[in-house]
Design a protein around this ligand. Structure first.
Ligand code: GTP
Ligand code: MG
Length: 360
């Protein structure tokens, strides 16, 4: 849509030029002639009005593309030690050691290794959040660590996690946890995983399996190495300069600071002071904080940050787009809210059709 003229938009959408010009006037845009090209924001507004779905393509020709750290999500069955493992991993970070183990909890953290390499871990509340994000097209995760307790073995949510990762086309690294327990039987777990269709490395496949214990903190180095190896093979890169493409990992309301969003930048740079549209909400970035709570001027790819300055509470998986002015931000937010409401009503309508009231 970027750079499209009204004539082209009319042709593609099947709307008349006159109708499109009316919409443009309604959203307060002064378009000189039908030969002028539309900005991406205006194109999105118009598209929403005529019920066409748009996707923003962030092509920044010539911008530098650099390697970036992997973003990892931990999944697995309840009580198999996801939180414990994340805590143990967090404690291995150089930064955590320097800060005496004190890191602010914002739903994501970065483990910096002595080698200088780093890994970003997302502390997602559960499989549902992972799926919700994916459903919104927020492919934030590069890798999944599948945690399986060595004593319990493969359980229903283990299988569910495998399905989610496969659906999302995200590579899995298996962490067999609780290997310190007397009842631990990692070999049995491997056989179970293989029978769930996971091609494990030691059986000729390509899925790495690492035996760990979150409790005794053993095997953590191996797990980090395995993740970096997997990431290396994926050649993860991101554009650093230019407009940010970022996503909300989680959001919460702080009494003093208002709505706060934990975000991960996928490409480009998010800068303090920018006007942003976040899902259907908008705001102006008042502060950016890293996972240690330190204020920053900007956020670059794979770096989890907390953003302050939103007018409303966004949802996990919402996309963050920087726009040129407050008016634009307000307009896009209003447009998206209207579209959400329209979609919601449409869904209710459809619901009525498929399930008529049994009393009637
Ligand atoms: P949910 O978030 O409820 O799904 O659980 P979880 O997967 O986050 O598990 P959590 O980290 O809360 O651990 C569950 C229990 O297992 C706790 O009592 C932990 O102390 C224990 N645990 C976790 N990791 C290990 C381990 O490596 N060894 C042993 N012995 N116990 C562990
Ligand atoms: Mg937990």
């Amino acid at each position: 849509f970027e750079g499209m003229t009204i004539i082209e938009l009319a042709k593609r959408s099947g709307e008349s030029i006159h109708a499109l010009q009316n919409i443009l006037t309604n959203v307060g845009e002064n378009i000189g002639s039908e030969f002028d090209s539309l900005s991406i924001d205006i194109a999105e507004l118009v598209a929403m009005e005529i019920g066409v779905n748009v996707r923003r393509l962030h092509s920044c020709e010539g911008a530098a593309v650099l390697p970036r750290p992997p973003v990892v999500t931990v999944m697995g069955h309840v009580d198999h030690g996801k939180t414990s493992l994340l805590d143990a991993l967090r404690s291995t970070s150089v930064a955590a050691r320097e800060a005496g183990g004190i890191t602010q909890h914002i739903g994501a953290f970065v483990v910096k290794m002595p080698s200088g390499a780093s890994i970003t871990f997302l502390d997602t509340p559960g499989h549902a959040a992972f799926s919700a994000m994916r459903a919104r097209g927020a492919a934030i995760t590069d890798l999944v660590v599948l945690v399986v307790a060595a004593d319990d073995g493969v359980m229903p949510q283990t299988i569910e996690a495998i399905a989610h990762a496969k659906d999302a086309n995200v590579p899995i690294v298996v962490a067999i946890n609780k290997c310190d327990k007397p009842a631990a039987d990692p070999e049995r777990v491997k056989v179970q995983l293989a029978s769930e269709g996971l091609p494990l490395e030691e059986m000729g496949g390509d899925i790495q399996v690492i035996e760990v214990s979150a409790k005794s903190k053993s095997g953590l180095d191996n797990l980090e190495e395995a993740l970096l190896l997997q990431a290396e093979m994926m050649e993860l890169k991101a554009r650093i300069d230019g407009p940010a493409q970022a996503y909300v990992v989680e959001a919460r309301l702080d009494r003093g600071r208002g709505p706060l969003a934990t975000a991960i930048v996928k490409a480009g740079t998010l800068v303090c002071g920018q006007h942003i549209v976040v899902g259907a909400e908008w705001g102006r970035i008042r502060a950016i904080r890293d996972t240690a709570g330190k204020l920053r001027e900007d956020a670059t790819p794979a770096m989890p940050v907390e953003i302050e300055g939103l007018k409303g509470l966004p949802m996990a998986g919402d996309d963050i787009t920087a726009v040129e002015s407050e008016e634009r931000a307000k307009m896009l937010s209003a447009g998206r809210k209207k579209k959400l409401e329209k979609d919601r009503l449409l869904k209710i309508d459809e619901g009525k059709e498929v399930s008529p009231d049994p009393l009637e």
